[in-house]
Design a protein around this ligand. Structure first.
Ligand code: ASP
Length: 289
């Protein structure tokens, strides 16, 4: 039985120093390797995507966990979503502050809260009620992150995501972000919204999205990829087609990664770059940006 994992470090123009681009790509490779090790050990797709995203959340160059962009008030508000393709269960948080690993809190929402989605002060209270580790805002802010990198479009984040396919044929997807730079307090993008920032359904595919959230959510882009796979498209063609819909219907920019129900990976983006890495079985990790 085969396994597969694909991760991304955010679609954008990536016009930053070469060392920082390399650091982002190295984090993607490490995340794919970690996820693969879990999958080859018989671990679940859900465990693999959470562990892979934790690594990406720790990378200071990426806009999730440590390295998140500050909002217009200099605060950090993060969003995350995790989804289990077996039964469509999901956990999401939005505008959460002072946690290093928002995706792990989203998973606790899924498992322990009795709800699907918690935001703001409620998400904070839930985190504290389960003893989830908290950090200082200063632990999340990295000097240099959040400086506007786009002139034509609002600054996109370097949101992170992962999709995995395990030995039992189960799919899971996860997305975590600090959102867009200088966003208004309370702004929530596509990332934690089911069907937009991610979707996972064993019947079709698992997907994680990145890019300009105000556009991505209007085409419910991750669910759209799953629906395209359901009509017979490959994971790769489904991602390409969904990016075309995004572009033609909204003029928006973004990127996608996917794994279909047979373990085949796909990706697409219409930004200048998107670091990604994937591992299938024991084959060498493929990475690019
Ligand atoms: N989609 C994220 C958001 O709008 C940002 C990104 O992916 O770069 O919050």
């Amino acid at each position: 039985m085969s396994i597969a994992i694909i991760v991304h470090g955010g679609a954008g123009d990536w016009t930053i120093a070469a060392e920082r681009r390399e650091e982002a790509l190295r984090a993607c490779v490490a995340a794919a390797e970690k996820g693969r090790a879990i999958l080859l050990d018989g671990g679940s797709a859900l465990d693999a995507v959470e562990a892979a995203v934790n690594i990406l959340e720790d990378c200071p160059v990426l806009d999730a966990g440590r390295g998140s962009y500050p909002n217009a008030e200099g605060n950090v508000e993060m969003d995350a979503l995790i989804m289990d393709g077996r039964d469509l269960s999901m956990g999401a948080i939005a505008a959460i502050q002072r946690v290093r690993h928002p995706i792990s809190l989203a998973r606790r929402v899924m498992v322990d809260s009795g709800h699907n989605f918690l935001v703001g002060v409620g998400a904070d209270a839930f985190a504290d009620s389960i003893g989830f580790p908290r950090c200082a805002v200063a632990d999340l802010l990295v000097p240099g992150e959040g400086e506007p990198v786009h002139e034509l479009t609002p600054a996109l984040g370097d949101t992170v995501g992962a999709v995995a396919y395990d030995m039992r044929g189960d799919l899971a997807a996860a997305t975590s972000t600090g959102g867009t730079a200088n966003k208004l307090p309370g702004r929530v993008g596509d990332s934690p919204q089911v069907g937009s920032g991610a979707y996972a359904d064993n019947w079709t595919a698992g997907v994680s999205a990145t890019g300009y959230g105000e556009a991505l959510m209007r085409v419910v882009i991750s669910k759209r990829v799953c629906d395209f796979v359901g009509t017979g498209l490959s994971a790769w063609s489904a991602c390409e087609s969904a990016i075309r819909v995004l572009e033609e219907r909204t003029g928006g920019q973004g990127g996608l990664i996917a794994v279909d129900a047979r373990g085949h990976v796909g990706w697409a983006y219409n930004t200048q770059a998107m670091p990604y890495a994937f591992a299938v079985d024991n084959d060498p990790v493929i990475s690019a940006m």
